[in-house]
Design a protein around this ligand. Structure first.
Ligand code: C2E
Ligand code: MG
Ligand code: MG
Length: 721
């Protein structure tokens, strides 16, 4: 090779340059003043596979593909002409057709006329560092994108663009990803700026091929692009740009699940595929990272906005959705299954959740779901927003609508539940009034809860003051229970016709040091809602038992005493045991206790009520069904539940002279008689009422006509028994 340079040997400049090149122990070439190659060292021929003969007198520019760092080769040459040392990054070809990233350090040598005579170009293969830098940069960009919550699609495009600009010189990259069961594609904007960068592949005839690519285990590389059944647009684009090589790289999650495929079309084959594979792996990791982050984001979004148990949107999302609506003109409804807390208490949270879920599904299938927003308001409440148009069809029959939702029983874990619904409703006509409307609907709901059975209440101003009043009562009630302010009063039940006292009913009386006398009709429902009723009942029971003990000790007559037990307490898991323990504590005779429970209780779960009544019966306690006739339930369950006594509600007694009432009461008494259940008429105020009832076969009565509820002192003083 050297012999061919003899003509230059004499040239001192040339020799100087060559010595310099040799000393650098780098790959180098020497260019003449037209920047054609006139010499290269062996290291260079090893790196590029060119023989000197191949490249002699070709311009150096022809050996390069692409220049980086914003400088054009012309610019580099200009610098060199001026005698300036210049550095540049380029993509250098190899004889084999492959290329590598190279960093050039160009040292020009000028003659005495200040013309550049020779240029020493030292060449360093920087492919590895270049790729390393690239992945480093991409990694940084990806983290920034994640931090800035850039949409997932844009993150994928970032990968495609980066590959096209910096990873594979001259390439076209696209990523095809499975998403919600469909295939979507994102492509780099480098070659196709006018086309959309993201679209669904549903319409593509080649979809099967892509689906198959995704499932492949390993990367596929090749150069017969023409033969590949890829999408025509891509094929045309690649061929037009002479990107005839391809790499199909399956994208898989850490657990091996196939996510998609990355396709890269590029101009020449890389011979160091190992390096590229390594970096591609890193790129894939970034894609899967972005993907799992996206999934996490979705989960977080779901967690933040959806009630996972029932699938409803949660309260925050509901309010947000409302404020997103263009026009707001409708009604807010807050709905609660009346028996929700009791069901949760008895069967656990899961049953309660399932109940709400089923209720939600019924609302969804009620046909109004597309015009209504439905959300979970709190653990037991569903909130609904309905537009005026729907309400107009529903209004007036709001109660019918709710009844329709619960007319069939709910089956949860094989158990059958009949429930009723309470609903508070308020008008909403402006987005800014959402919070107010919700508060109003909540107030109306509290009103609705005062009524038994399914009930809808619309908000009115009075609700506000009522609510305030309730709140004050509750506050003092908590104190009252601590201070044992509750006392038992007794109202006798008498044998009609004989006016003899057969038993008495214990009724809670509360004279608050602050509020004065508060009627049980007021504080009992509040205590029930606040979960305080059990304490009241227990305090009353203890007073009754103490009284028994005292009377027995004094050798006085005792009569059976009825105690009122609210359903919440009745269904409490330890109700029967606790009662039994108390009875034992006072050495009382259980035969002298009657448990009064309201008729609505059978609705929750007849089977369970039956079991508790049976348990009470086995312990010698009788049960009485209170306020019979006003509730939801029918005579039919009287047969199932072993009540010893039935108390006809006061509302029947007061209207006993009306024919309709008379007939109902008559049949109640008959059925009770057949079932061997004693009948007591409540609230007898006149002799006429007493007479009629007696004639109908009612053996016992209770009411102001005979006795009002009395304190123990009064009973003792007047020696009533
Ligand atoms: P209830 O068990 O049906 O009791 C009968 C109610 O009617 C009592 O009201 C009684 O004072 C009233 N009453 C009796 N005879 C007449 C009458 O001739 N005319 C009129 N107008 N009223 C009469 P009270 O004491 O206000 O109790 C109301 C409700 O509060 C009770 O209805 C009962 O459900 C509940 N309650 C009372 N004490 C307790 C208790 O210790 N525990 C529980 N869980 N509930 C209780
Ligand atoms: Mg009662
Ligand atoms: Mg009653």
């Amino acid at each position: 090779m050297l012999t061919q340079f003899v003509e230059y040997e004499s040239n001192v400049l040339f020799r100087t340059l060559r010595d310099l090149g040799d000393k650098s122990s780098q790959h180098y070439v020497i260019l003449n003043k037209t920047f054609s190659v006139i010499y290269c060292n062996e290291l260079y021929t090893n790196l590029t596979n060119y023989n000197f003969e191949d490249i002699t007198h070709t311009t150096f520019r022809q050996l390069l593909q692409h220049i980086k760092c914003n400088m054009h080769m012309e610019e580099v040459e200009q610098h060199l002409r001026k005698g300036k040392m210049t550095k540049a990054q380029v993509i250098h070809n190899r004889k084999s057709g492959t290329s590598f990233y190279a960093e050039l350090a160009c040292i020009p040598l000028q003659n005495k006329d200040n013309e550049t005579e020779f240029v020493l170009v030292c060449i360093q293969d920087i492919t590895y560092t270049q790729l390393y830098d690239f992945v480093d940069r991409l990694e940084k960009d990806m983290f920034t994108a994640i931090q800035n919550e850039v949409p997932f699609i844009e993150k994928l495009q970032l990968v495609c663009n980066s590959i096209d600009y910096s990873f594979y010189p001259c390439s076209f990259t696209s990523i095809i990803l499975k998403h919600n069961g469909a295939l979507h594609m994102v492509q780099s904007s480098a070659f196709y700026p006018e086309k959309p960068v993201h679209y669904s592949l549903e319409q593509w005839a080649e979809i099967d091929y892509y689906t198959q690519l995704i499932e492949r285990e390993h990367m596929t590389v090749g150069k017969d692009l023409n033969q590949m059944p890829i999408h025509l647009l891509h094929k045309q684009l690649a061929l037009k740009n002479e990107l005839t090589n391809y790499a199909f790289v399956p994208i898989r999650q850490a657990d091996g699940e196939a996510l998609g495929v990355m396709t890269i079309y590029y101009s020449e084959q890389q011979d160091d595929t190992k390096i590229y594979s390594l970096f591609i792996e890193k790129i894939l990791n970034l894609i899967t990272l972005a993907h799992s982050y996206e999934q996490k984001q979705k989960q977080i979004y779901q967690l933040a906005y959806t009630d996972m148990r029932t699938g409803m949107m949660n309260r925050y999302r509901f309010i947000e959705r409302l404020t997103e609506l263009d026009v707001v003109d409708g009604v807010i409804q807050i709905i609660e299954p009346s028996e929700f807390s009791r069901i949760v208490e008895l069967y656990g949270r899961d049953t309660g959740e399932e109940l709400l879920k089923q209720l939600y599904e019924r609302i969804l299938h009620s046909g109004m779901n597309n015009q209504a927003l439905i959300g979970r308001f709190s653990s037991e409440l569903i909130v609904l927003y309905m537009e005026r148009e729907i309400i107009e069809t529903v209004e007036g029959n709001a109660e019918d609508f709710l009844n329709g939702l619960v007319v069939q029983s709910f089956i949860i874990d094989g158990k059958e539940f009949y429930i009723t619904l309470k609903c508070g409703s308020a008008v909403l006509q402006h987005k800014k009034a959402v919070q107010d409307a919700i508060r109003y609907a909540e107030n109306a709901l509290s009103e609705a809860k005062r009524v038994s059975g399914t009930c809808v209440k619309f908000y009115s101003r009075e609700n506000d003051t009522q609510l305030e009043k309730e709140f004050i009562i509750l506050k003092h009630l908590i104190e009252a229970l601590k201070n044992k302010e509750m006392t038992a009063y007794f109202q006798p039940k008498v044998a009609l016709g004989k006016a003899r006292i057969t038993s008495m009913e214990a009724l809670a009386r509360w004279i608050s040091p602050v509020l004065g006398f508060v009627s049980p009709a007021e504080f009992i429902p509040i205590a029930e809602r606040a979960g305080l009723i059990r304490q009241i009942d227990l305090q009353i029971i203890e007073q009754v038992l103490q009284w028994f003990q005292q009377r027995q000790y004094e050798g006085k007559r005792i009569v059976p005493i009825a105690i009122n037990i609210s359903p919440e307490h009745f269904y409490h898991p330890h109700f029967v045991e606790e009662l039994e323990q108390l009875i034992k504590k006072y050495y009382a005779d259980p035969n002298y206790l009657i448990i009064e429970i309201t008729e609505n209780l059978g609705l929750v779960d007849v089977e369970r009520a039956q079991k508790i009544i049976q348990d009470l019966f086995l312990r010698g306690l009788k049960t009485s069904v209170d306020d019979f006739g006003i509730g939801h339930s029918s005579l039919s369950y009287l047969q199932k539940l072993m009540f010893a006594e039935l108390k006809i509600d006061r509302s029947f007694t007061s209207r006993i002279h009306e024919v309709g009432t008379f007939v109902i009461v008559q049949s109640i008494i008959q059925i009770a008689y057949n079932l061997e259940i004693d009948v007591v008429a409540e609230g007898i105020e006149t002799q006429e009422q007493a007479d009629i009832l007696y004639q109908l076969g009612c053996k016992s009565g209770q009411g102001y006509l005979f006795y009002k509820p009395m304190s123990l002192e009064e009973i003792e003083e007047k020696n009533i028994l």
